[in-house]
Design a binder for this molecule. Structure first.
Ligand SMILES: [Zn+2]
Length: 249
């Protein structure tokens, strides 16, 4: 029984360092690569520059998908945050920058099962961009070397509901105005109300698509990196009920 448990832990530990495994994925089935992976795992550290730089944008995207699958399955990697803290204190080499919603139920690091130093995360209600967020993304990719820009919307988004309902409240009014183009731009057959969950989610999806377009339009730096293939810019929707992330382009 103990041996089985140990094997289980070993496997989890290997899964846990899945970001590391990407660097080795081209030869992941050779004994040497497996050994290397186990050695890297034993270090229990954050991504190194070499490991991050060896990944393609698509591989980074795949790692996020795998991390979400672990989260959904309730098989999240056991983490040693203190070890990750120690290994990343002198430098960070995150592989992705994620723009998510303020919503307390969608912490990107958790739903993608990522560790300290693995991802940059910016969060604001409705996952909209402004100059500061674009600047942060440009820092993440053009300066720090992240390979993926991910805009993460989610179901039942309160900010989207607020935009649909034309909520007026202090500084929130201006924030919700950034979501209004998604309300106007969503084709929908049925009741267009914040009480209609399908409609709310359709608007949230449109919002992600529009934010992706806005990033490309307002950031020539990110657009150029994408054209060169240095980064990918993608969107996704997180389902509060299932925990699943659906990538939408
Ligand atoms: Zn939200």
């Amino acid at each position: 029984m103990k041996e089985r448990a140990d094997k289980s832990v070993d496997k989890a530990a290997v899964d846990r360092r899945s970001f590391l495994s990407v660097a080795l994925s081209t030869c992941a089935f050779t004994p040497l690569a497996t050994l290397s992976l186990q050695l890297a795992t034993s270090l229990a550290g954050s991504l190194t520059k070499e490991q991050r730089d060896s990944m393609t944008p698509s591989q980074v995207n795949d790692e996020l998908k795998k991390g979400n699958e672990r989260f959904r399955a309730g098989k999240m990697a056991p983490r040693d945050y203190l070890a990750e803290k120690r290994s990343s204190a002198a430098g960070q080499y995150p592989a992705a920058v994620i723009l998510g919603c303020l919503d307390s139920r969608v912490p990107a690091e958790i739903v993608f099962d990522a560790g300290l130093g693995d991802t940059f995360v910016g969060r604001v209600a409705g996952n909209v961009v402004n100059d500061d967020m674009l600047g942060s993304m440009e820092f993440a990719c053009a300066v720090s070397g992240a390979k993926l820009v991910l805009v993460l919307g989610h179901t039942a988004c309160g900010a989207v509901k607020g935009a649909i309902d034309d909520v007026v409240l202090g500084n929130l009014t201006g924030l919700l105005a950034r979501i209004k183009p998604a309300v106007a731009g969503t084709k929908f057959d049925g009741e267009k109300s914040s009480k209609n969950a399908s409609y709310v989610d359709a608007v949230a999806r449109t919002n992600v698509v529009l934010v992706l377009a806005e990033i490309r339009r307002r950031s020539p730096i990110l657009e150029e990196l994408e054209k060169k293939g240095s980064i990918k810019i993608v969107g996704a929707m997180y389902d509060l009920a299932t925990g699943a992330v659906e990538f939408i382009g």
